[in-house]
Structure formats: structure tokens, C-alpha cells
Design a protein around this ligand. Structure first.
Ligand code: NAD
Length: 498
């Protein structure tokens, strides 16, 4: 795997780091550790490109982004190989991730004009003489900082939407998946031929350099702890941020749910991508009437699922994450929990076996903190009200899932979460028109959909006078008679009725 020079007018830094295959520890790529000077040069290049990219307009940008989209779609097996090598993700899962990323790229390019172009708005009765309109303008240069767990899909939620909205982008991929970031930038360069989208590689310091390099917005996806550091750095220059952070998503199973479907969704939601999914299922609350049936289904299928080389569940990408998963399981077991499938994680393990935990106290780490492994806690509840209360009981609030035949919407509407899937799992992430993001410790701001496009813009409002106002208010020539008329109008309009 080769690395590319990120900014055309800067010398590459001499320090490098290796990207490793998490299953074997083998080196799969070597990339530069870009320092602050390099990052600043990339941002300067992006700044130079920003005016040309903005001036291309929606149609011009769509043409360029469509060319990139075709290139990615045509070579997605190649990208999937890079992704699997760096994350350990099974090839099929990598392909699915890329398919979703491509779909979002197509949607953002195809809908930016409709969502962002100038449109008329009602001026209201008091300002009836004005023609009011608003458009959403690009901010300039957007810095995107990405995680490793979905190294194409997750940053694409910012990259595609920021580019389609007319910004140029500098992307700092995770140090665990630099090859995916470089691949995306290389294919963009091939399709578009200009440094509208560049990559800088390195560790946290490179990301920190991007937050203070004078970008107009930072789109951060990663852990809550790093999100706080990014926000603090951005506060220095009043640079706005989107924070897409961690989750502790719950799946709720109602008494009338299709239990087999719910168990299948719980297992996939908990264990796909080896559980390293921000909106993955980490907790399940099941109505007492179907608890035993649900658990029997879940245990039977979880027992058949194995984390192994070439299997459906890959390795844990970051070795340090194995320690967190081990701590959560050990703590749950020490506090009276039972592992019906899986159990304590052996020292030195790179693969964590699917683990189903029951009888785990609600205030334990396995229920309250992000585990980010193929584990799930299952708890019995007397009613869906109790399930909702417990689901809403962590600092995180990203996604959520409800299995219910009759009351799916009713339950979903009471969940504190940015997104809810009903009788499906994580389905919201693949719907390009739906906003994606969280509240609380899961962050703020939105990627995807019209909200995701507007996130990378600022609104420009225009009020154009069409004719002289019936009551002239904004002048020192305003008379007492006009003030009296205003008084009458406002009392007539707003002082009556219910
Ligand atoms: P992380 O916070 O360790 O790193 C994220 C990125 O931030 C990396 O590129 C890293 O190099 C960079 N970084 C580190 N320190 C920095 C600093 N001081 N300034 C700027 N950048 C810095 O997260 P991770 O382990 O790569 O990703 C996993 C986390 O991401 C999980 O918590 C997961 O839930 C979350 N996540 C959230 C979403 C979402 O959309 N909400 C999506 C995917 C992952």
C-alpha cells in the first residue's frame, strides 16, 4: 500500500507510522506522520481551492462528485480489501459499508441544490412589504476527523455532505485506518484532478493540528473523551464543531414482537463488525412475557457464531479495546451477572467471542459505558414503560431499536435517542434522507439528509423591500399616529383568541 502526498506544495514529513492487520499484527501500510506545518499547508491549499469549488455551483460540483462516486463504486472490492486488512472486518461487511457510503455520496450530490439553494419564505403580516429569502452557503474549508470502525461510511457522512454543500475538505483518518483515507483521497484526485479533498495522516496530534489550522468547521467522529478535547480546541477560535461520539444503544422487545426476528436483530446489532459499531446494540430489554423465548433464540444463534479468522465476526481492531471489553465482562460477572454465551476474555486475545450477559446490575459498566465489543446484556422488564425508562437511563443517546407489532411508533417516540429503528436494526443509517447523530454524551449536530447538508453551511437571509411599508417603523420620521396604528394592529392580530 502506498501513501500519497497530501498537499501538493509541501515536502512530506520524514516520520512514518505503520498500519497493522489486527488479526495478525502484520504491517499492511506505511504512512507519513503529518505535522502541524504540513496540516496547515493542506488547509491553505484547500482554502485556495474553496472559491473555485464554490463557484462551480451545484451542477458543476455534482458532475465532479458523480465522477468520484462512479470510481469508488467501480473499484469497491479494492477499497474493501484495504479496509479488511486494516480493520479485520470481513470482506462482505466492508462491501456493505462501502455500498452505503456510495449511496450517501450520490444522495448528497443529487440533493444539495434542492436543499440549499435560495428559497422564498413568508415575510409575515407586519413585514408584508418585504420579499424574504434564505440560502445556505458553504463555510469554506471543513476539517473531518474520522474513526477506524467504519472508516469509509462514517467520514463519508461528513465528507460527501460538506463537499456537495460547496466546501473543500481536509480529512484526518484514524491512525488505525490511514490506508482507507488515502485510498479515498487518491480516487478523488483521479476523478476530479484538484485538491478539493485531501488527506493528512498521523495520530491524535495530527488531528489536533487540524482543529487549530484555521478551518471553518470541524466534523469529528470518535470517542466522547476525544470529542471533548476537540471541542475545547475549537473553542479557542470559535470554530464550530459536529461531534459524532459513542453510544450505548438499547433494543426493546415488546410482548407482541416477532421474537425470532428480534433475537436475530439483537445478535447482528451486537456482534456485526465485532461489536465495534457506534449505533450497535449493547443492551436489550425484553418484556417478561417473551423473555424466556427471546433468550432461548438469542443463545441458540449466539452459540453458533464464532469470532475467528475468516469468520463472520472479526478481530477487535484496537488491542486496547480488548482490555475495556474484558473489564466490562469481568465486572458484570463479579457483580452477579451470568454469561449464557461467551465469558471472560483470555489475556492476549485478538478475537472476542460473542457474549450474552444476563442478571447484570443496571449501574454496572457493561450497562452504562460503551463496551464496543461483541457483547450484549439482556434484562427482563415488567412493562414497556420500564423498558423505556431503563433504555433512557445512560448518558449516551445515539440510536435505538424497538421490536413490537402494535406499539412500535408509540415506544419509539418516548426514547431519548437521535434515531430509532422499528422492527429492523440500524436501518436509519442507510436511509440517506434521515439525519444521523446523537444527544448527550453521543454528541450533537447531524450528518446525512437535508440536516447533514445544512450542517456544513451558514444561512444567508435577505429581506428585499418590494414596496413602501404601510406603517414606517424603522425611521426617525415615525409618527405617534403610526405607533398607535401599530399598537392596534398587534392587539388585533395577537391580543385576541385563545
Ligand atoms: P478516538 O476518539 O480515539 O479517535 C477518533 C479520531 O480522533 C482519530 O482520528 C484520532 O486520531 C483523532 N484524535 C485523537 N486525539 C485527538 C485530538 N486531541 N484532537 C483531534 N483529533 C484527535 O475514537 P476511535 O477509537 O477512532 O473511534 C471509536 C469511537 O468512535 C467510539 O466511541 C464510537 O462509538 C465512535 N463512533 C461514533 C460514530 C457516530 O456517528 N456517532 C460513528 C463511528 C464511531
Amino acid at each position: 500500500m502506498t501513501s500519497i502526498k497530501s498537499a501538493p506544495d509541501t515536502a512530506p514529513t520524514s516520520d512514518t507510522f505503520d498500519s497493522l492487520d489486527p488479526a495478525t499484527g502484520e504491517v499492511v501500510g506505511t504512512h507519513p506522520v503529518n505535522d502541524a506545518a504540513h496540516v496547515q499547508a493542506a488547509v491553505a491549499t484547500a482554502r485556495k481551492e474553496a472559491e473555485r469549488w464554490r463557484a462551480l455551483g451545484f451542477a458543476g460540483r455534482k458532475k465532479e462528485l458523480d465522477a468520484w462516486r462512479r470510481l469508488i463504486a467501480g473499484r469497491m472490492e479494492e477499497l474493501a480489501r484495504v479496509m479488511s486488512a486494516e480493520t479485520g472486518k470481513p470482506h462482505g461487511d466492508a462491501l456493505m459499508e462501502i455500498a452505503l457510503a456510495v449511496d450517501h455520496l450520490a444522495w448528497a450530490a443529487g440533493h444539495a441544490e434542492k436543499v440549499l439553494k435560495r428559497r422564498s419564505v413568508n415575510p409575515g403580516l407586519l413585514m408584508v412589504n418585504q420579499a424574504a429569502s434564505v440560502e445556505y452557503r458553504p463555510l469554506g474549508v471543513v476539517g473531518v476527523i474520522g474513526p477506524w470502525n467504519y472508516p469509509a461510511f462514517t467520514p463519508m457522512g461528513s465528507i460527501a455532505y460538506a463537499l456537495a454543500a460547496g466546501n473543500t475538505v481536509v480529512f484526518k483518518p484514524s491512525e488505525h485506518t490511514p490506508g482507507v483515507g488515502v485510498w479515498l483521497a487518491e480516487t478523488f484526485a483521479e476523478a476530479v484532478g484538484r485538491p478539493v479533498f485531501q488527506v493528512v495522516t498521523g495520530f491524535g496530534e495530527t488531528g489536533a493540528a487540524l482543529t487549530s489550522a484555521g478551518v471553518d468547521k470541524v466534523a469529528f467522529t470518535g470517542s466522547t473523551a476525544t470529542g471533548k478535547r476537540v471541542m475545547a480546541a475549537c473553542a479557542e477560535t470559535l470554530t464550530p464543531v459536529v461531534i459524532e461520539a459513542g453510544g450505548k444503544d438499547a433494543l426493546l422487545v415488546d410482548a407482541d414482537a416477532d421474537v425470532a426476528e428480534a433475537a436475530d436483530a439483537a445478535l447482528w446489532g451486537a456482534c456485526s463488525n465485532a461489536g465495534q459499531t457506534c449505533a450497535g446494540v449493547e443492551r436489550v430489554y425484553v418484556h417478561e412475557q417473551v423473555y424466556d423465548a427471546f433468550l432461548a433464540e438469542l443463545v441458540a444463534s449466539a452459540e453458533k457464531l464464532k469470532a475467528e479468522p475468516g469468520g463472520q465476526v472479526g478481530p477487535i481492531t484496537m488491542p486496547s479495546q480488548v482490555d475495556i471489553i474484558r473489564r466490562h465482562i469481568d465486572d458484570a460477572l463479579a457483580r452477579g451477572g451470568r454469561a449464557l454465551v461467551g465469558g471472560p476474555v483470555p489475556e492476549g486475545a485478538r478475537f472476542v467471542q460473542p457474549t450474552v450477559l444476563v442478571d447484570v446490575p443496571e449501574d454496572s459498566a457493561a450497562v452504562q459505558e460503551e463496551t464496543f465489543g461483541p457483547t450484549v446484556t439482556v434484562a427482563k422488564v415488567r412493562s414497556m414503560d420500564e423498558a423505556i425508562e431503563r433504555a433512557n437511563g445512560t448518558r449516551f443517546a445515539l440510536g435505538s431499536t424497538v421490536y413490537s407489532k402494535a406499539r412500535g411508533m408509540e415506544i419509539a417516540e418516548q426514547l431519548r435517542a437521535g434515531m430509532t429503528a422499528i422492527n429492523g436494526v440500524i436501518s436509519f443509517a442507510g436511509v440517506p434522507t434521515l439525519p444521523f447523530g446523537g444527544v448527550g454524551d453521543s454528541g450533537f449536530g447531524r450528518i446525512h439528509g437535508p440536516d447533514g447538508l445544512r450542517e456544513f453551511t451558514y444561512p444567508h437571509a435577505i429581506a428585499r423591500q418590494r414596496f413602501k411599508p404601510p406603517i414606517a417603523l424603522t425611521t426617525f420620521r415615525r409618527s405617534t399616529k403610526e405607533e398607535q396604528t401599530l399598537l392596534k394592529v398587534v392587539k388585533g392580530l395577537y391580543g385576541r383568541g385563545k
